[in-house]
Design a protein around this ligand. Structure first.
Ligand SMILES: CC(=O)SCCNC(=O)CCNC(=O)[C@H](O)C(C)(C)COP(=O)(O)OP(=O)(O)OC[C@H]1O[C@@H](n2cnc3c(N)ncnc32)[C@H](O)[C@@H]1OP(=O)(O)O
Ligand SMILES: O=C([O-])CC(=O)C(=O)O
Length: 377
């Protein structure tokens, strides 16, 4: 048999898409959304909504455009009653990402544009997805705890709304700013695994909800978005700062992966970790519990020393979210609340310039076997 393919494990460094959305330089540690450096977006005080607009439309909005865009999202936060009823039926100990995946798939059936796949309808569906994923995540969390879901407040930003829907109270200025930054930093990341899933699904010209359901299922895994929850579990298991070094050494000796470290593309500091490290420090100081940040610093030093690996976006987000009072099992759903902006931008881009995504496999199984009829086996 002649060899027609050349196999690259994990598609490492394979370029599988042309995109105008996100530029990633793994050697220099640079990340740009539509040409804007994430450091400038964060330090310049952009809102997450501005970034969503930027990712979808390619340019930053002016004040009037942003006001209209904010309104379009804020007025779409309420869930369809059937989706809310579904969340009440879900087992109380279900995995929050599995609930999100199923609820988004269910919400698709009630979307007013369910049978319309035009670009305008897809943009309306994208707005509903961005607006409603946080409502699904927070409503299920409240229902799980025996509480009533909170009615969305249209006056709140995306960042403030998440805390309001979760706790029934508006967050303080620091919490809103820190969470807004985290949402911006998680918004897009080129052809990461979940975005690739979304583009593969969109590439068959399946609908936008199907593409997002594929992406949520992919983000859930601990080698991708699921790592942030695992990081916090690790910190809690270590328990005390002076145990961290020995714990990491033992885990490495057992060939375990340290969650929140390493990256397929970055060979230097993940530029998102720079902001999240600082926010984790500030958030810990504000609540008077610096232990998780300090433990994270020890782990960062040890993993860098032993393996030469840097923290990725999932490492310091864990201790930051913990200090903001967010439940550990919501960390990956929170990632989805942000990444829905990038997923939808990529799906829309895929539709605009579509070609079916269908790579090859290099066959490594047996060849030329002789068939033996069942009676003779
Ligand atoms: C939002 C995100 O998705 S960011 C990534 C979130 N995921 C994690 O934090 C999970 C932990 N990290 C990892 O598993 C990996 O670094 C990944 C999945 C992110 C990248 O994986 P790959 O590019 O395939 O690298 P791969 O897993 O082949 O690792 C290369 C080498 O570094 C080691 N390595 C990579 N990451 C880690 C880690 N976190 N802990 C210990 N060793 C590691 C591997 O064991 C391997 O060593 P070897 O060559 O001696 O076998
Ligand atoms: O790009 C990747 O492979 C993973 C990642 O950091 C992200 O999705 O944010």
């Amino acid at each position: 048999m002649s060899k027609e393919t050349s196999f690259v494990a994990g598609l490492e460094d394979v370029v599988a898409s042309l995109s105008e959305i996100c530029f990633l330089d793994g050697r220099e540690g640079r990340l740009l959304y539509r040409g804007y450096d994430i450091h400038d977006l964060v330090n310049g005080g952009a809102s997450f909504e501005e970034v969503v607009y930027l990712l979808w439309y390619g340019d930053l909005p002016n004040a009037a455009q942003l006001a209209e865009f904010n309104r379009s999202i804020a007025t779409q936060r309420s869930l369809h009653p059937s989706v809310l009823a579904f969340l009440k039926e879900v087992p109380k100990d279900a995995n929050a990402m599995a609930v999100l995946r199923t609820a988004v798939s269910y919400a698709a059936l009630f979307d007013p544009d369910a049978n319309d796949d035009t670009m305008d309808a897809n943009l309306r569906k994208a707005v509903r997805l961005v607006a409603q994923i946080p409502t699904i995540v927070t409503s299920y969390e409240r229902i799980r705890k025996g509480l009533q879901p909170v009615e969305p407040d249209e006056s709140l930003s995306m960042a403030a709304s998440f805390f309001y829907l979760l706790n029934g109270e508006k967050p303080d200025t620091f919490t809103e700013r820190a969470f807004n930054t985290a949402l911006i930093l998680h918004a897009d990341h080129e052809l990461n695994a979940s975005t690739f899933s979304a583009r593969v699904t969109a590439g068959t010209l399946s609908d936008i909800y199907s593409a997002i359901v594929s992406a949520i299922g992919t983000l859930k895994g601990p080698l991708h978005g699921g790592a942030n929850e695992q990081v916090m579990k690790m910190l809690l298991e270590i328990g005390e700062i002076d145990r961290a070094e020995a714990w990491i050494d033992e885990a490495l000796a057992e060939k375990k992966k340290i969650m929140g470290f390493g990256h397929r593309v970055y060979r230097t500091e993940d530029p998102r970790a720079t902001h999240l490290r600082q926010l984790s420090k500030e958030a810990g100081e504000r609540v008077g519990v610096t232990k998780w940040f300090e433990m994270s610093q020890v782990i960062e030093r040890v993993v860098k020393d032993r393996k030469g690996l840097n923290p990725n976006v999932d490492f310091y987000s864990a201790s930051l979210y913990y200090s903001l009072g967010l439940p550990t099992h919501l960390y990956t759903p929170i990632f989805a609340c942000s990444r829905i902006s990038g997923w939808t931008a990529h799906v829309l881009e895929q539709y605009r310039n579509n070609r079916l995504i269908r790579p090859r496999a290099e066959y490594a199984g047996p060849t030329r076997r002789t068939f033996v009829p069942l009676a003779q086996r």
